[in-house]
Structures are given as structure tokens and as C-alpha cells.
Ligand binder design. Sequence first.
Ligand code: TXA
Ligand code: MG
Length: 303
Amino acid sequence: MSLLSTDVSHAAEALYAGGLVAIPTETVYGLAADASNPAAVERIFAIKGRPIGHPLIVHIANNGDLDTWADKPAPIARTLAELAWPGPLTLIVPRSSLVPDVVTGGRDTVGLRAPSHPVTRDLLLRTGLGIAAPSANRFGLVSPTTAAHVLADLGDYLDPRRDVILDGGPSTIGLESTIVDTTVEPPQLLRAGPLSEEQIGALAAASGPSRSSGMLESHYAPRCEVRLVDHLDDALALRSGTPGARILDLTGDLDTYARLLFTELRTADDEGVDVLIAVLPPAEGLGFAIRDRLEKAAAPRPR
Ligand code: TXA
Ligand code: MG
């Protein structure tokens, strides 16, 4: 049996049976389990190599599901859900009693998101489940934006008799969702993402130590060294003195930069590039999220 499938009913059966399903979303692929099945959720941590205690996002179909999975969310949470769902925004809200401890690492809050990808919406609507899912990569590495990326990262760890990689084509956005904590006053931006602060409106920027593990310094890291520059001229100068270096510059179109960034990081590794010199986009709109991911890819790696 092959892990890859485009059959949503097959994926639904796998979830009901306690298996894992890699789901396509507009941001990145997720590794999903029935959120109300703690044993299935525990396997996500084992397969990702992710330390237990890192909270997972619960994916839901509709704004109405907010009241199923959250306990008295703040009015701002409803406003933001209406603004952005289905789409690339995760809201941290007080969790309802339906959310098992393993999903939130014992926190009294939960991250909720209604993804817009039609295949995963179909899966959510068909099953009626909340599905817990982190990005479908090994812990600390680059998030997957295609089913082939998931297969390359997790193929050896998933079980073709129980698990499915649901292929819904390449992710159209390519960066993980914006995360906003609505349990604090004022709401706090925990992770820069496709939905920019400007779009979210009058929100306070993140300040102080963040509680989101996406904020670990080194994250989204390829094997190659990543060096950051502000302009193409700087990249050209650096490359001329750096053997085995490649330049990444998609600053001409930030949607494309976001969509292809993780693929470019993976391709650099696959093609044996030693140093990837990335030109930073301007710090505006989607540029914030792209800069955030590039800075994490370039951060000193833990050994
Ligand atoms: O776009 C996305 O958000 C993708 C797709 C699959 O939905 N998911 C994703 O999940 O990026 P993950 O687990 O790789 O990143 C989620 C981040 C983690 O840094 C986690 O610590 C944070 O969200 N998070 C989840 N629940 C939280 C909570 N209750 N409080 C604070 N942070 C939370
Ligand atoms: Mg992740």
C-alpha cells in the first residue's frame, strides 16, 4: 500500500481508525489526528520527533466550531475569525473540556484555525472532527509545502496500513499561519504570518518572551548555511568570495517568495549547496513573515 492518496474518504477512514493523515493546507502541510483521540495525537509527537508539551493547533471547519473547542472566547477572537476564516490565522483561545491535555501540553488555552484548502475543508466537513496538526516535518526542520516533501521527511516513520498522505497539490501560500493570542489584553502576535499585522488591525505587536515554540531561535532550518543580505548587490559580492554558494532572491514578488521559500531551502540541500545567500524582502506586509522564517533558518543551530 502506498502512503500517498487523493481520496478524501480514505483519509477520513484513517482518522476515524486512529491513524494519522498528512493534510494539505494553504499554508503548509500538517500531520493530523482526530483531536479527541489522545493515543493518535501522541503518535504525532513520536513521528515528528517533537518534544511532548509543544501544543498543537486544532483545525476546524467553521467559525461555529469556535464554541465547541473554545470556552468563552474573547469578542476579539470572534471578530478575527470572521475576518480571516477560513484562512491562514490561528487564534489562541481558552480551551473547552473537549480538548485533551496532550493537544495543548496541559495549557488551559488552545490554538484554533479553520484552513481554506478545499481538500482539507472537505475532510473536516465530512468527518465533523476537530483535527490536531502541527506542520508535517521532522521537528526543527523546514515545513513541507508539497505531498512529496512530507513523503521525503516522514515516509520512513508513517505506517502505510494506518496512515495517509493526502495530496492536495502545492500549498498556495507557503508560510505557516499568523498566530494571535486572544487570551491576553491587548491581543499578542505570537508568530508573523501570511495575514499581516496591518490586516489584523489595531493589534499590539508581540513583546516580551513569546510562548510559541515557533519562536525558538533556530527553526525552519535546512542543512546548508543560510546567510542574509539586504540587497542583490551584497549577495553578488558575497557569492564571488564564497565557493559553493547560491543566491535566493525572489524580492520582486513577495507572494512568490513566500510560496517557494521552503521549496528553495529544500532544493538547496538536495543539490548540495553549502551556503544559501538570501536577499531579505522589505519589512512590510508579507515581508515580515518571510524575514522571520529566513532569520530562523539563518540562526545558529543547536547541536
Ligand atoms: O499554518 C499553520 O499554522 C500550520 C498548518 C498545518 O495549520 N501548522 C503549524 O503548526 O505551523 P506548528 O505546530 O508547526 O506550529 C504551531 C505553533 C507552535 O509554535 C506552537 O507552539 C504554537 O503554534 N501554539 C499552538 N497552540 C498554542 C497555545 N495554546 N499557546 C501558545 N502557542 C501555541
Ligand atoms: Mg512547525
